[in-house]
Write a protein that binds this ligand. Structure first.
Ligand code: TAP
Length: 482
C-alpha cells in the first residue's frame, strides 16, 4: 500500500467534468512517508478559476438555485452514503497524500466528514426567516438567502474534514462552491467532487481547482463574482485574504492558528491529564490548529508531569501511516519538517531543555521524533509561535494568576484546557481564558454542532453548528403594506 500511486493525471473538476488546466501544467504530489510521487495534479491558473466560478454561478442561478431545499438535503445524504461506501479508498488516499495514519482517519476524520454532511443535510430545509411585528400597518418579515458562489480555501492538515466543514453548510444554504485544496494534499477533494456528481449533484455545484495558493487561491480571493471566502490556514495568509476581499467586499470567515495552553493543577487526575496532554500535542503529528502545544504545569507537579509526558512521547508508535498499528506518521512535507526542526534548534538556543526527541526520525520520509521541551520560559519563541509539529513546550507556573497570565499571553485565542477538580477554579478559568473553546478535564474533542473558531490571530468568525448558516446566507427584509 505504501508504494501505491494514483493512476492517470488528476485533472481539475469544473462544471461537472474533469478537465485539463488551460496552461497544460501539472505538478507532483508526494507521499510524505516515502517522498515518492503518487500522482500528477493539474495546476489551476487564474483562467481555470474563472471558468470554475462561472460554472458555479450558472449552477447557483440554475439547477441548484431552483432545487427544493429538501432535495438538496437528500442529495447531501446520498453523498454521505457514497462516502461511507468509499471509505477504504478515501482512507487510503488521504493517508497516502498527507501521511496521516489510516487508523486515525478511519476513527476520526471519515466519521466526522459523514457526521458533518448528515448534520447539515438535515438543516437544508430548516433555514428560516422570522416574522417581525415592526408595524401594525405592514407585514414585515425576513428570509435568509444563500450568499451565492463560495470560494473555499483549505489547508493540508485535515483535507477531508476541513473541506467538508466548508462544503456541507455552504451546500445546505444553497450556495455553490469552488474548492481550492492545499497544493500538497489535493487528492481526496477531487474524489469527493466526483462522488458528488455520482450522487446526482448538478454540474457546477462543486468545482475543485487544485493549484498554488498564490495563483489559484489568490484568483479566487480577487474574483469579483465570488461572494464569500471561507479559509483555513495561517494567520499571514488569512490577513492577506481579508485585505484582498475588500475588492468586492466579499464575506470572509477565517480559521487560523493557535498556541493553546493546556493547564494542569496538582488536584487533577494526573493519569488522565498526562495522557490527554500527550495526545493533545502529538495527535496528527502536532499539525492541529488547536494542538495543546503549551503545557502549563504547577510547580509542585512539574517534574513528574515532564517525566511522564516524556515517557509517553518516547513510546509513541511512529511509522508507516498505512499500517493500522501506527499512531504517528510523518509531517506533511519537507518544508514542514524543516520548519519544525528549525524550531527545535531555536528552543535549544533559547536555553530550553530537550527531555526526549529533538531530531528527525529515520532518513526517509518527513518524520520528526515526538519532542518534549522542559525549562521553557513564557517569552521564548517556542512558547509564543505556532510550530505545527510534535513539539510540546512544558512551562512551570506557581499560582492561578500566573497560569492565566501565561495562558492568555500570546497573539492566539483558539482553545485552552484546564485540569483540576476544584469546581470554582475551573469555572473561573472558563470565564477568564481567552479562547473560542475551553476544555475542562479533557483536551481536544470537537463536534460539528458546536461553534468553532477564535479571535485575534486565531481567526475571524465561527464555523460549525447553526452559526455556519449565517456564514453562507444573508438576511433580506420584506415589507408589505397592508
Ligand atoms: P497557508 O499558506 O495559509 O495555506 C492554506 C491554504 O491557503 C492553502 O490552500 C494555500 O495554498 C492557500 N494560500 C496560500 N497563499 C494564498 C493566497 N495568497 N491567496 C489565497 N490562498 C492562499 O498555510 P500552510 O502553508 O499550508 O501552513 C502554514 C501554517 O499555517 C502552519 O504551520 C500552521 O501554522 C497554519 N495552519 C493552520 C491550520 C488551521 S486548521 N488553522 C491548518 C493548516 C495550517 P497552497 O496549496 O499553495 O498551500
Amino acid at each position: 500500500m505504501n508504494d501505491m500511486t494514483v493512476r492517470g493525471k488528476q485533472d481539475l473538476l469544473i462544471g461537472g467534468r474533469r478537465v485539463a488546466p488551460l496552461s497544460g501544467r501539472y505538478f507532483e504530489t508526494l507521499n510524505p512517508a516515502t517522498e515518492e510521487v503518487i500522482a500528477l495534479v493539474a495546476e489551476a491558473g487564474a483562467d481555470d478559476v474563472d471558468a470554475a466560478v462561472r460554472s458555479a454561478r450558472d449552477a447557483f442561478e440554475g439547477a441548484w438555485g431552483n432545487m427544493k431545499a429538501s432535495d438538496r438535503g437528500r442529495l447531501m445524504l446520498k453523498l454521505a452514503d457514497l462516502i461511507r461506501q468509499s471509505e477504504d479508498e478515501l482512507v487510503a488516499l488521504e493517508s497516502l497524500d498527507s501521511g496521516k495514519p489510516v487508523s486515525a482517519i478511519r476513527r476520526q476524520d471519515l466519521p466526522a466528514v459523514i457526521d458533518t454532511l448528515t448534520y447539515y443535510a438535515g438543516m437544508a430545509d430548516k433555514i428560516n426567516g422570522q416574522v417581525i411585528p415592526a408595524r401594525t400597518d405592514a407585514l414585515t418579515y425576513t428570509v435568509r438567502e444563500p450568499l451565492g458562489v463560495v470560494g473555499a480555501i483549505i489547508p493540508w492538515n485535515f483535507p477531508l474534514m476541513i473541506g467538508m466543514w466548508k462544503l456541507a453548510p455552504a451546500l445546505a444554504c444553497g450556495c455553490t462552491v469552488v474548492l481550492k485544496p492545499a497544493e500538497i494534499t489535493p487528492l481526496t477533494a477531487l474524489r469527493i467532487g466526483e462522488l458528488a456528481l455520482e450522487a446526482g449533484f448538478p454540474a457546477g455545484v462543486i468545482n475543485v481547482v487544485p493549484g498554488f495558493g498564490k495563483i489559484a487561491g489568490q484568483a479566487l480571493v480577487d474574483h469579483p463574482d465570488v461572494d464569500k471566502i471561507s479559509f483555513t490556514g495561517s494567520p499571514a495568509v488569512g490577513k492577506h485574504i481579508l485585505r484582498g476581499a475588500a475588492g468586492n467586499l466579499k464575506r470572509v470567515t477565517l480559521e487560523l492558528g493557535g498556541k493553546s495552553a493546556n493547564i494542569i493543577f496538582p488536584d487533577a487526575d494526573l493519569d488522565a491529564a498526562v495522557k490527554a496532554a500527550a495526545s493533545g500535542i502529538f495527535f496528527n503529528t502536532g499539525q492541529v490548529c488547536s494542538a495543546g502545544s503549551r503545557i502549563l504545569v504547577h510547580a509542585d507537579i512539574y517534574d513528574q508531569v515532564v517525566e511522564r509526558l516524556a515517557a509517553r512521547a518516547a513510546s509513541t508508535r511512529i511509522g508507516n501511516p498505512q499500517e493500522t498499528s501506527t499512531a504517528m506518521g510523518p509531517l506533511v512535507s519537507q518544508v514542514q519538517m524543516k520548519r519544525v526542526l528549525d524550531y527545535i534548534d531555536i528552543g535549544r538556543n533559547e536555553g530550553a531543555t530537550v527531555v526526549t526527541g529533538g531530531g528527525r526520525a529515520g532518513d526517509t520520509g518527513y518524520y520528526v521524533q515526538p519532542t518534549v521541551f522542559a525549562g521553557v520560559e513564557h517569552d521564548m519563541r517556542i512558547s509564543q509561535e505556532e510550530i505545527f509539529g510534535p513539539v510540546a513546550t512544558v512551562i512551570k507556573f506557581t499560582d492561578d494568576a500566573d497560569a492565566l497570565h501565561i495562558a492568555n499571553g500570546t497573539v492566539y485565542s483558539l482553545a485552552a484546557g484546564v485540569w483540576s477538580t476544584d469546581i470554582a477554579r475551573v469555572h473561573r478559568f472558563a470565564r477568564k481564558l481567552k479562547a473560542g473553546t475551553v476544555w475542562i478535564n479533557t483536551y481536544g474533542p470537537t463536534d460539528i454542532r458546536l461553534p468553532w473558531g477564535g479571535t485575534r490571530d486565531s481567526g475571524y468568525g465561527r464555523e460549525h453548528g447553526d452559526m455556519a448558516i449565517e456564514n453562507f446566507t444573508e438576511p433580506k427584509v420584506v415589507w408589505i403594506n397592508t
